[in-house]
Design a protein around this ligand. Structure first.
Ligand code: CTP
Length: 397
């Protein structure tokens, strides 16, 4: 993918250098356009060296008929402007084209364009800037919201450059096809914790990485996505429509059931604890006994309950195994009335960024995927889901 990064003269410009470094490491083809004012803050040499790519500034540097603004806007698959100052935003919103970046923006006619406003909070909150941003949204730009926090001017407010991870995700959002558009997807992730007192619990090794990757990818594919997550140390993926935090299996069941009717696809990736302590002590249990035995009771099987309702939902389960992988997974698929089951060797995948899985479907299909990054695995899972949706709803949605 060819990314054209436009850089204007926000103080957050130094953060765009890290963006360039990240994009280069991911192997994207990069070219950069800087406004003349941006070059007063940071030398083009920094961007050129970090990105190992050309930096363009002057619209009049026409060589052998190569006209920078038309050629660059034709070359790029995606245009990202980060940081975007209030002035650059105003110019693009009103169709002005007085430097190479605004010329390129005017000439770029694809839907894949992302803009990252960063400025003082009063400038950002000014109705004129807000109106300009609405104009950009109406013209197909994905406008990222600045973060709130300490600003370079010493004020506290909304205007900060977001995490580069969010910008990277925005690039996926504007470039991926949207086969899940119009579908509501519920994903569960992470472990559950079953407390025996306020400070102690039983749980499992799930890191939540697979579930978070699934939610991210569902969003990139255009779904309306709700992620219900047990306790994990990950930040919620950007652009989700709903994010719900839970602790116990009972809580997860409640939150899933509340939304079930409204959903088209439910992906139960959470490693729900099968048992919980039979009693809960409101105060911390003291170590005044020589030995301590813990009595456990069965937790509800959320997915099995969903399978009993089923309706016309697509149900996807995960099968965490350490042996007899496929045999156990086929059984779970039947027992829980699922459409898809994803089998993995939990000893190898828990906590890791990669996984190797087998995707089984009700129709008896079997697909081995990986070892790949969990986002790639997530894509294959939704590829299977999209095929099922197409078969049951036709191509017309
Ligand atoms: N699951 C669930 N509620 C539970 C346990 C599991 O909804 N109480 C879901 C998981 O989210 C997963 C699927 O059921 O999608 C299979 O989970 P897994 O732990 O592999 O199997 P179990 O059904 O718990 O059976 P076992 O632990 O005996 O392998």
């Amino acid at each position: 993918m060819r990314i054209l990064l436009g850089v204007s003269s926000g103080i957050a410009i130094y953060k765009a250098v890290d963006l360039v470094s990240r994009l280069r490491k991911k192997g994207y083809e990069l070219k950069i356009v800087m406004t003349p004012n941006a070059t007063k803050l940071l030398s083009p040499v920094v961007f050129s060296s970090v990105g190992n790519c050309p930096v363009f500034i002057d619209p009049f540097e026409v060589k052998d008929g190569w006209i920078p603004h038309t050629e660059l806007s034709r070359w790029a698959d995606v245009l990202v402007i980060a940081p975007a100052t209030a002035d650059t935003i105003a110019k693009i919103a009103t169709g002005r084209a007085d430097n190479l970046l605004t010329l390129v923006a005017l000439a770029f006619n694809r839907a894949s364009k992302v803009i990252v406003p960063t400025m003082n909070d009063r400038m950002y909150g000014n109705p004129i800037t807000q109106r300009n941003l609405i104009t950009l949204k109406d013209n197909g730009w994905l406008v990222l919201e600045p973060e709130e926090g300490f600003l370079a001017c010493g004020d506290w407010g909304k205007g900060r450059y977001p995490d580069n991870e969010v910008i990277e995700e925005a690039i996926h959002m504007v470039t991926w096809e949207k086969p899940l558009k119009g579908y509501k997807i519920l994903v569960t992730a992470g472990p559950t914790r079953e407390h025996l007192d306020p400070v102690r619990f039983i749980s499992n090794v799930s890191s939540g990485k697979m579930g978070y990757a699934l939610a991210k990818v569902a969003k990139r594919l255009g779904g309306h996505v709700c992620l219900i997550s047990g306790p994990v140390s990950l930040s919620p993926p950007p652009f989700l429509d709903e994010f719900v935090k839970v602790i116990s299996a009972e809580e997860m069941k409640r939150e899933v059931l509340k939304r079930y009717e409204n959903m088209d696809v439910i992906v139960m990736n959470a490693a729900v604890a099968d048992y919980r302590p039979s009693t809960y002590s409101k105060s911390k249990i003291k170590k005044d006994m020589e030995s301590f035995s813990l009595s456990l009771v069965r937790n509800p099987d959320i997915l099995k309950e969903l399978g009993k309702k089923k309706d016309n939902k697509v149900l996807v389960g995960f099968s965490a195994e350490t042996e007899n992988f496929e045999e156990n997974a086929w059984e779970k698929l039947k027992e829980k009335n699922l459409d898809v089951v994803v089998v993995n060797d939990v000893r190898r995948t828990a906590g890791s960024d990669t996984a190797e899985v087998v995707i089984l479907t009700k129709e008896g299909d079997k697909k081995r995927v990986g070892p790949y990054d969990k986002e790639v695995i997530a894509f294959h899972v939704f590829d299977t889901v999209v095929n099922i949706l197409r078969r049951s709803h036709g191509e017309d949605r």
